[in-house]
Design a protein around this ligand. Structure first.
Ligand code: PLP
Length: 435
């Protein structure tokens, strides 16, 4: 018996090596990493430039506590990241992961409210379903009942509005009226809570594990910004999964006419080389907080020079290799190929996504959008079949009650058409076995 445990009793093969889009276990079996781990390894595994940058940093220093030293690596990465944000997002606060980034964004918003005489504002409205992390603060804004319910007595669950799942509600996602319909629900929620109590609205620009690559309907992103402005509510964009090029732009929200007050990032920033995340805030928020005595928040490993050196090299690779553009181009091809599978397999009821954040969803009836019976455990069975065949894809059941099973197909942004052929072939054979 191993001393190690994660979620269940099941054990996985032991990882030996990983290069580019491939991984090998200690038995020599090869896997194509069709989910970049958990949408993390955006630039592929074992990138030599990143390894060299880490080696150089390791030879200089591996830790400098942020209250004792600045480091060149964290300064350089902060500058680079700020340069990739919308112009008003200039201030960067480093953390070690997505949940930490979300917590930091919410606490920055709250401290800004306190520093500007808006102490009545504390509620962070988020969406149902959604995933924003597993620490208690991030869980309070996560719309995923089975994860948060057991801990409800230990935290203060925050208000939720429905995620804009137009495809399930029989609405046309291309029609602006659809976007306005869902945005209206945000406005109604703010009014019901009492606008003077609402601090922020938190959302993923393109849904991740919770909604399976849900793309917002036309008009939605613009309208939620207007509503936030109208009621003095801050807009926090959770780019933990979408950031660092995953959707074909450096930030997912760049696809729409919107302006976040705070962006939180993680996964693709460290890209699996080091634990790293960032909260990037509007100067307008940060200055009053600093004037009022400082940001009362921070993690021991924040701004770790080795993590920042790795992150800087990752961002440089994203730019040097044109990986945002490749994600956009390959993503379009991948979505078209997934539509091809949908034509062949009746069980696929929807295909969606942006860039290389793509998904398909199993349904028992395409017209009614009825899910497969829950007992089938479809998503896990399918993921296991593909894994056996050496193709790694990712899934969580769409939750908040049971509304279906989606499979995320999110390979590293370095994929070529030949890799896409391999992924589609693996999915095709797995679907054949599954159905
Ligand atoms: N936010 C989003 C959108 C995520 O997808 C995740 C992780 O999947 C998180 C936050 C939490 O990140 P972490 O698991 O690094 O704490």
């Amino acid at each position: 018996m191993s001393n190690l445990f994660y979620q269940g009793r099941g054990r996985k093969p032991v990882l030996d090596q990983a290069r580019g889009v491939y991984m090998w276990d200690t038995d020599g079996k090869r896997y194509l990493d069709g989910s970049s781990g958990a949408m993390v390894c955006n630039i592929g595994h074992s990138n030599p430039s990143v390894l060299a940058a880490m080696q150089r940093q390791m030879e200089k220093s591996t830790f400098g506590y942020r209250l004792h030293f600045e480091t060149e690596a964290s300064e350089a990465l902060a500058g680079r990241v700020a340069g990739l944000m919308p112009p008003h997002l200039t201030r960067v606060f480093f953390v070690s992961g997505g949940s930490e980034a979300v917590e930091s964004g919410m606490k920055m918003a709250r401290q800004y409210a306190l520093a500007t005489g808006q102490g009545s504002r504390w509620k962070v409205i988020s969406r149902q379903p959604s995933y924003h992390g597993c620490t208690l603060g991030a869980l309070a804004v996560t719309g995923y009942a089975s994860l948060s319910d057991p801990f409800a007595p230990m935290m203060r669950p925050m208000p939720k509005v429905p995620a804009p799942r137009a495809y399930l509600d029989g609405l046309d996602p291309e029609d602006e009226a659809t976007g306005l319909h869902y945005a209206d629900m945000l406005e109604a929620q703010i009014r019901a809570e009492g606008p003077e109590t609402v601090l922020a609205f938190l959302l993923e620009p393109v849904g991740g594990a919770s909604t399976g690559a849900l793309v917002p309907p036309a008009g939605y992103m613009r309208r939620i910004r207007e509503i936030c402005d109208q009621y003095g509510v801050l807009l926090i964009m959770d780019e933990v999964m979408t950031g660092a090029g995953r959707t074909g732009r450096f930030l997912g929200c760049e696809h729409w006419d919107t302006r976040p007050d705070i962006v939180v990032m993680s996964k693709g920033l460290g890209a699996g080389y080091m634990p790293l995340g960032a909260m990037i805030a509007d100067e307008r928020l940060v200055e009053p907080v600093l004037d009022a005595g400082g940001f009362a928040h921070g993690f021991t490993y924040a701004g770790n020079p080795l993590a920042c050196a790795a992150g800087l090299a990752v961002v440089e690779e994203i730019e040097a290799q044109g990986l945002c553009a490749n994600a956009a181009e390959m993503g379009e091809k991948l979505i078209a190929r997934l539509h091809g599978l949908m034509q062949k397999y009746e069980i696929i009821g929807d295909v969606r996504g942006k860039g290389l954040l793509t998904a398909f969803e199993f349904m028992s009836d395409r017209n009614s959008k009825a899910p497969l019976p829950r007992e089938i455990g479809a998503y896990q069975r399918f993921v296991d079949i593909a894994y056996e065949r050496g193709l790694i894809v990712y899934s969580r059941r769409t939750h908040d009650g049971y509304s279906g099973d989606h499979i995320l197909v999110c390979p590293p942004l370095i994929v070529t058409e030949a890799h896409l052929d391999e992924i589609i072939d693996g999915l095709d054979r797995s679907l054949e076995q599954f159905t």
